[in-house]
Write a protein that binds this ligand. Sequence first.
Ligand SMILES: *Cc1c(COP(=O)(O)O)cnc(C)c1O
Length: 380
Amino acid sequence: MKKYQLMAPGPTPVPSQVLLAMAQPMIHHRTPEYEALFIEVRAGLKALFQTAQDVVPLTCSGTGAMEAAVVNTLSAGDTVALIQAGKFGERWTEIAKAYGLDVVLLTAPFGETVAPGRLAEALRTTPRIKAVLTQHSESSTGVLHDVRAYAEVARRTDAILIVDAVSSLGIADLAMDRWGIDVVIAGSQKGLMLPPGLAFCTLSEKAWAAARTSRLPRYYLDLTEERKFLLKNEARFTPAVSIVVGLREVLRMLAAEGLPNVFKRHDRLARATRAGVEALGLELFARATPSPALTAVAAPRGVNSEKIVAAYSETHNITIAGGQGEMKGQLFRLGHMGYAAEFDVVIALSALEQVLADLGLPVDFGASIRAAQKVFAEKH
Ligand SMILES: *Cc1c(COP(=O)(O)O)cnc(C)c1O
């Protein structure tokens, strides 16, 4: 028997109390029971998103919420600015092109970020830009973009700032209202430690105003229509009832831990993972601020990172992730978000030592664990 460990940057492990909650008999979504569930979930989501706005749940993966953000706030021919420094940034471009938007690309090499000054410059030279689209945590490179600084820039213009926070909500601080972010998107299967299937979209007053003039076609993902039901504590269509039941459990867990502690925990796990990886002589793929959700590690010289991913799986029954698209073979990614704690990092690192040794690389056994333990031993 080899115990299975899911250590990919999404989907992430689901806590057993959440699994048990979701295993209860199905309830109907047009009942007082569902209404009571939804009232609690609505309140919990506002706290989690750090906003006074209602968070609109959608039954789809995270990309569905990305598409919802675009089709509800923009019109064909509108110009948008895109922060593109990874595969998820490229997804924004693909969605924007699919809907006939004009795109001003602000690119950076994979592993880097786009300086807020470049966004300010783009908004100054192209004042017709209606929206700025970015990731918070770019999961393909392990970089955390400075969305707070982007918001500082965008809030002084007519443009709305749309942030894909699928791999940062409940992981890194993201103060939607305080920072002035207009749209925040999240999904169930990353920091929220739920199965895939739910996504979320939250709009500021500025974004709801944009929704009133937006002309892109939409039906299933029409947030204005969905909100009418939400205000009655209902869903417009059949929601993923079981995941909403699990979500109530997750929101209780996060509230009990306290959001600041949730962010601190992820920061410690990320710092320990980075320290461990570097103690083995490996390099981080991120050359900008690293994401606390995952650690992207550059493949050791002469080694295809797919071999490392395969060895984790075949030898140790641990799922991690490799590089996406052009980054395939160049990096591997260790997830430490959601239902993750200190000794999960120890497992990931000790397996890494064994994997590298199996691949014939010199390994100082224990070095990565020692480095991680030092981070954990720091006073918090
Ligand atoms: C996982 C993820 C998504 C959503 O992907 P889905 O497969 O559609 O759920 C979007 N953006 C980022 C940054 C992600 O990490």
